[in-house]
Design a protein around this ligand. Structure first.
Ligand code: RB5
Length: 150
């Protein structure tokens, strides 16, 4: 499994924690920036970069961080084929994969403590999509996207 990572300045330190975590588990990743917490940058840039990497299959999944996780998830979700879930608890992390087949996870550095954030990441990575009736519903999301992108 290869994971694409991205963040703005508000999510940079959390991204570093996630990198350390992925390294400790021998999970491959590609870091799409940004590269420091001091320079104010625009979260849509990094949300789109990671989303593009997911839809182009450079990586299998994306994890993105900003202050709240909200802005960067909204940007990522504009890329067709992306289902980016903003998650702040372990149960939702599990469900976002099991039921919604989220291919990106968004986290807020200003919302979450490090311990919870990493538990969310671990749960999300280790949860599989259940398919079945959930596949029909995820396909319905794609139908909406296709209808509006005509
Ligand atoms: C940047 O200050 C902040 O707005 C951003 O990190 C994020 O929280 C936006 O949703």
């Amino acid at each position: 499994m290869k994971i694409g990572l991205g963040c703005d300045h508000g999510g940079y330190n959390l991204k570093l924690d996630i990198i350390n975590f992925l390294q400790s588990k021998d999970i491959e990743y590609i870091d799409y920036g940004t590269n420091n917490a001091n320079e104010s940058v625009d979260y849509p840039v990094f949300g789109e970069k990671v989303a593009n990497a997911v839809v182009n299959t450079e990586v299998d999944y994306g994890i993105v961080c900003c202050g709240t996780g909200i802005g960067i998830s909204l940007a990522a979700n504009k890329v067709p084929g992306i289902r980016c879930a903003v998650v702040s608890d372990v149960f939702s992390a599990k469900m976002s994969k099991a039921h919604n087949n989220a291919n990106m996870l968004a986290l807020g550095e200003r919302v979450l403590g490090k311990g919870l954030a990493l538990e969310i990441v671990e749960t999300w990575i280790n949860t599989e999509f259940e398919g079945d009736r959930h596949l029909r519903r995820v396909n319905m999301i794609d139908d909406i996207e296709n209808k509006h992108n005509k």
